[in-house]
Design a protein. Structure first.
Length: 296
């Protein structure tokens, strides 16, 4: 392979493109480019056109075309005997005129081709990637009204305010709580779907009415022991209700009326009908006392 074809082929292979790719880009037949790489100059058109193809191909491949053009073989367009032996053409002088006219036309065409600017490379079209789809919504719309109105609304322990309330909140499993004075608090799990809408109406139940305490029975006597003390408790008629030494800190309760006798009056405290009457007497004193129901 000649040096022209070798340099063209190596440069083209380094470009990573085929002969067909370059032929399409330069507007030159792929057969001509292949003939240049294989040094088949006889398959190329006139020298003027062939050198024009060689120049454009070399420049496109990034080669200096001048050394390659200098090595291009000279190929005469007509044989010397056509000039030396004009007598053979005697009788047909018009043929020379036609040949010269054709050669001149071809030369003019080649000159125009060489002078014309190389076909510009097609501009690369940058396709703008489509914008990514918007992310799915991660919150939800929630509104809460209550009966009675004005109850306090909480979501996961965060106070939203007094009903009615509304807003956008993070989706997921949440806990809703509603409170109002005089009503049973409402608390329940709540599921908020991403992008969804929830409207809730919470009706609170009133607190049950306080039970009226049962009327108190007849007043009783309560004996509280702050010290060790012997004590005997009887009815006014003498029936014994209790006798002994209770534990310190204990209490004894008896219906009225009763008679209480103690050997350490300071250690026994009497409470009559819920009223504290204080110790029954002084330290170490023996005291007997009757306790009746207070007058209505």
């Amino acid at each position: 392979m000649c040096e022209i074809g070798g340099m063209l082929r190596v440069a083209r292979e380094e470009s990573g493109r085929s002969i067909r790719d370059w032929a399409r880009e330069l507007g030159i037949k792929s057969d001509y480019l292949r003939a240049l790489e294989e040094c088949r100059f006889e398959d190329l058109p006139e020298a003027v056109l062939a050198k024009g193809h060689l120049r454009r191909y070399a420049e496109a491949l990034g080669l200096d075309p001048e050394p390659l053009l200098a090595q291009y073989p000279v190929r005469p367009t007509f044989t010397p005997e056509d000039v030396i032996a004009p007598e053979r053409r005697r009788g047909r002088p018009w043929l020379w005129i036609v040949v010269l006219a054709v050669l001149l036309a071809l030369a003019a065409g080649a000159w125009l081709v060489l002078q014309s600017p190389a076909a510009p490379e097609p501009a690369a079209i940058e396709l703008e990637a489509p914008p990514p789809p918007p992310p799915p919504p991660s919150d939800a719309e929630l509104s809460v009204e209550t009966v009675p109105p004005g109850a306090t609304v909480w979501l996961d322990g965060f106070r939203l305010g007094e009903a009615p309330v509304s807003g956008r909140f993070s989706a997921g499993e949440r806990t809703l709580r509603v409170e109002a004075e005089g009503y049973v608090a409402y608390e329940a799990p709540l599921t908020l779907e991403p992008g969804g809408t929830r409207h809730l109406k919470v009706t609170l139940e009133p607190l049950p009415a306080a039970e009226t305490p049962a009327p108190a029975g007849p007043p009783k006597l309560v004996l509280r022991f702050s010290e060790r003390a012997w004590v005997r408790v009887t009815t006014p008629e003498g029936a014994k209700l209790y006798e002994g030494i209770p534990k310190v800190g204990s209490e004894l309760e008896f219906p009225l009326p009763v008679v209480v006798r103690t050997g350490n009056a300071a250690g026994v405290r009497a409470v009559l009908g819920g009223e504290d009457l204080g110790p029954m007497g002084g330290e170490g004193l023996v005291v007997e006392r009757r306790f009746d129901a207070p007058a209505p």
